[in-house]
Design a protein around this ligand. Structure first.
Ligand code: N01
Length: 480
């Protein structure tokens, strides 16, 4: 009999898992989603200008390649529509439980199954649990004194208040990462005044974007090989040109120069340029890929503020030295709680082991997928599987394939739990590979936990991950 599978989250990861189960004829699965719709990060991030910075011919499922993307880097609505289409086409909708938040998953050793509890008090037993909650699902608000005293409107970039018209307002944006870089150019022309509070500058490289005209789209549609070749070309480019930047490889100088030129071309004022020049190696923090961010900062109604924020006051933001910058709207583009994987779900494994307790010094999992003491629990986009250069969908598909390979094993031999020795060897190999990456440099980033350990990123080419996660090795696990 096919195992029963609980999938947590209906973003790219959870949907991919559901689709692959469906394709394999396994229908004994439930996808729990705390929100009212599917799409994960592509449902949540609706800020103006939201788009992916991996071209969609690569940032899409290998088994469902759309040939009619309207542009190289489509906007959020088009990516969300793609996911809705996938959910319909592959028949996963009947398995969705929307507005249903999983609060705990406890391994019941008496029956060798997971007891999954949801916020509405429902409790069900499953053979397998797959987490598809990802790394960018919980907005992070900063801890700035006086935040609650602010009398204007404030919101996080991933919870955009579309009903709050920014026309003619004095807006403060805290943060300047990939999200801020995308919406600042959209709101700068309508705001009366915009202050962008930058703590650390980011490296920015140009985005080679553009619409696909009717002829190109027809060509993709009728010559499937063209689509496949384009996907492969993008993949090879990011693996062979962008990846080496992250490991002090041949292209680091080239890409650094390109970013410096981009800044020089787009910002004429030397003082502003100096503020925007990072003092850490490119790639240490997520590289921003954008053409419109710098020009927006040169507008007369926009100020880039680099004085540290000391507190938020009822009518604005106070910086070191006591200057108050008036604002009626504050937008927190302050990123996500990336290192608390799976929080706040309580995961209790064998012998009462708490996942969060085991991860208190930093999340870790074998292949980013499996942990000792947590039999038949698998993670998608788990620890050390984020990329700084390539498509996460490629990683997710690798992980789903691996988990699909585990199902016959656990059905035949009982619950599978990765061995501690396997986990330890994995961690040593990971540490060795990590030592050569730019993330270890002295910059602060969402790739690292508070102790400075890189818990989020995969340090080698994505193709290497795919190869080593091809299929489960029986000797890596204990069964039964
Ligand atoms: O968040 P971030 P994001 N006071 O964590 C600042 C993906 N993504 O939402 O750098 C002042 O990158 C913080 O400053 P610092 C992508 O993987 C992709 O922009 O820590 N500032 C930083 O500037 C991306 O990397 C796309 O010094 C504070 C900012 O807030 C990830 O999502 C689009 C502060 C947070 O930047 C997250 O991006 C969007 C404080 N107390 C997102 N606290 C595309 O595909 C934080 N900051 C294009």
């Amino acid at each position: 009999m096919a195992p029963t599978v609980a999938i947590i989250g209906a973003g790219f990861g959870g949907l991919c898992m559901g689709i692959r189960l469906q394709m394999a004829g396994i229908t004994s699965y439930t996808i729990y989603e705390k929100a009212g719709g599917i799409g994960g990060t592509w449902r949540d991030n609706t800020y103006p200008g939201a788009a992916c910075d991996v071209p969609s011919h690569l940032y899409s499922f290998s088994f469902e390649q759309r040939r009619d993307w309207t542009r190289r880097y489509p906007a959020q609505p088009e990516i969300l529509a793609y996911l809705e289409h996938c959910a319909d086409k592959y028949g996963v909708r009947p398995h969705l439980r929307l507005n249903t938040e999983v609060t705990s998953a406890v391994f019941d050793e008496a029956v060798n199954r997971w007891r999954v509890t949801t916020a509405d008090g429902d409790e069900r037993l499953f053979d397998v649990v797959v987490s598809g909650v990802g790394q960018l699902n919980r907005p992070r608000l900063p801890d700035i004194p006086g935040m609650s005293s602010f009398e204007g409107t404030s919101f996080h970039s991933a919870r955009w208040e579309h009903g709050h018209d920014l026309t003619g307002r004095r807006v403060a944006v805290i943060g300047n990462g990939s999200s801020a870089a995308q919406f600042i150019p959209r709101i700068a022309p309508i705001a009366d005044h915009l202050d962008v509070f930058q703590r650390t500058p980011n490296w920015v490289i140009p985005k080679v974007d553009g619409e696909y005209g009717p002829r190109e789209r027809l060509a993709f549609q009728y010559v499937p090989l063209l689509q496949a070749a384009n996907r492969e070309r993008i993949f090879q480019f990011v693996e062979n040109v962008i990846y080496p930047v992250l490991v002090d490889g041949w292209s680091k100088r080239l890409v650094t120069n390109r970013a410096q030129e981009h800044l020089k071309q787009q910002v004429q004022d030397p003082a502003l340029r100096a503020k925007l020049t990072p003092a850490y190696p490119i790639g240490c923090k997520r590289i921003v890929i954008d053409n419109d961010f710098y020009p927006a900062l040169t507008r007369p109604n926009v100020d880039l503020v680099t004085d540290p924020i000391t507190r938020i006051v009822p009518h604005g933001i106070e910086t070191a030295g006591g200057t108050v910058r008036e604002a009626d709207t504050i937008i927190f583009a302050t990123g996500f709680r990336t290192t608390d994987f799976l929080a706040p779900i309580e995961i209790v494994g064998r012998q009462g082991h708490l996942l969060h307790e085991r991860w208190k010094d930093g999340a870790e999992a074998y292949l980013g997928i499996a942990m000792p003491y947590f039999p038949n629990l698998f993670l998608l986009y788990g620890p050390n599987t984020n990329l700084g250069h390539n498509s996460i969908i490629y990683m997710i598909e690798s992980q789903v394939r691996y988990i699909m390979g585990c199902l016959p094993l656990l059905s035949a031999h009982g619950p599978m739990e990765v061995r501690q020795a396997t986990m330890d060897a994995w961690r040593r190999a990971l540490d060795r590979a990590m030592a050569g990456t730019v993330w270890e440099a002295s910059c602060h980033s969402w790739y690292k936990n508070a102790a400075g350990r890189v818990t989020n990123n995969w340090p080698r080419p994505a193709a290497v991950y795919r190869r080593i996660s091809r299929a489960p090795r029986r000797e890596a696990y204990d069964f039964g």
